[in-house]
Design a protein around this ligand. Structure first.
Ligand SMILES: [Mn+2]
Length: 239
């Protein structure tokens, strides 16, 4: 049993997309760099983040640190001018709740569909296609179980932070933005998702290294690289 957020259909607007930022208080210069990149996105453009905005989201206390002040200000400023920001939950922010996203100025979703100039595009974090990583898929199912998430939310912030650190040290991506095993990717899972939703192209993050995979027919899967300071975003024009 998993509880997925409903798919979101985006309007015909310009998109600016980044993924896998893995922001953490230990690297404040990256938080500052990303905050200025947010400030540079105009309010007509939808800012879409494909997951893992935070290196480990354990609850609202994650962003209370002084190091995150510039990010909080940038997100709130964008929301105040009517700019739309959407975060797709990655494996590092899977415990985030929609109300917690709203409090920071963004919408939370698991998948979004967008009608681009080159056909309908399905955006998601991409871990749902990594079916060959069996231990990770077990962990993913556990963390998405409403009972487990409810339990985690009841823990005091300090206990959650401890659990988050334990989880990170056990995860194969203990190093932020380290390349993940591309062999875990099951292209037929992406193919099925695209066919179901009538989309032509899947765009994901999660693996941290840019790649392009041809699927059946004219369909394709694009993996975006993990964000780095000063990296240009993926941009797209609506149909
Ligand atoms: Mn990641």
């Amino acid at each position: 049993m998993t509880r997925a957020l409903p798919d979101l259909v985006l309007p015909a607007s310009q998109l600016v997309v980044w993924t896998d930022l893995h922001l953490r208080p230990e690297v404040p210069e990256e938080i500052l760099a990303f905050a200025s990149q947010i400030d540079a996105v105009d309010s007509e453009t939808v800012l879409l983040l494909l997951g893992d905005l935070f290196d480990a989201w354990t609850g609202p206390e994650t962003v209370r640190a002084e190091e995150f002040a510039s990010l909080r200000t940038a997100l709130a400023g964008r929301a105040a001018t009517g700019g739309r920001t959407i975060l797709l939950r990655g494996n590092r922010d899977v415990l985030m709740q929609p109300s917690q996203g709203r409090a920071l100025g963004f919408e939370l979703a698991d998948r979004v569909l967008w009608n681009g100039s080159e056909g309908p595009v399905l955006f998601s974090h991409g871990d749902e296609y990594c079916l060959r990583d069996h231990p990770y898929q077990r962990l993913r199912r556990t963390l998405r179980r409403p009972s487990v998430r409810g339990l985690l939310r009841l823990l005091p912030a300090r206990a959650r932070a401890w659990a988050g650190r334990r989880l990170r040290s056990r995860s194969q991506e203990a190093v932020s933005r380290k390349p993940l095993d591309v062999l875990a990717l099951d292209l037929s899972a992406a193919q099925r998702a695209l066919a179901q939703l009538g989309a032509e192209r899947a765009v994901i993050g999660h693996l941290h290294v840019a790649a392009e995979h041809a699927l059946e027919g004219s369909r394709s899967l694009q993996v975006l690289p993990a964000w780095e300071p000063a990296q240009s975003p993926w941009t797209g024009h609506p149909a």
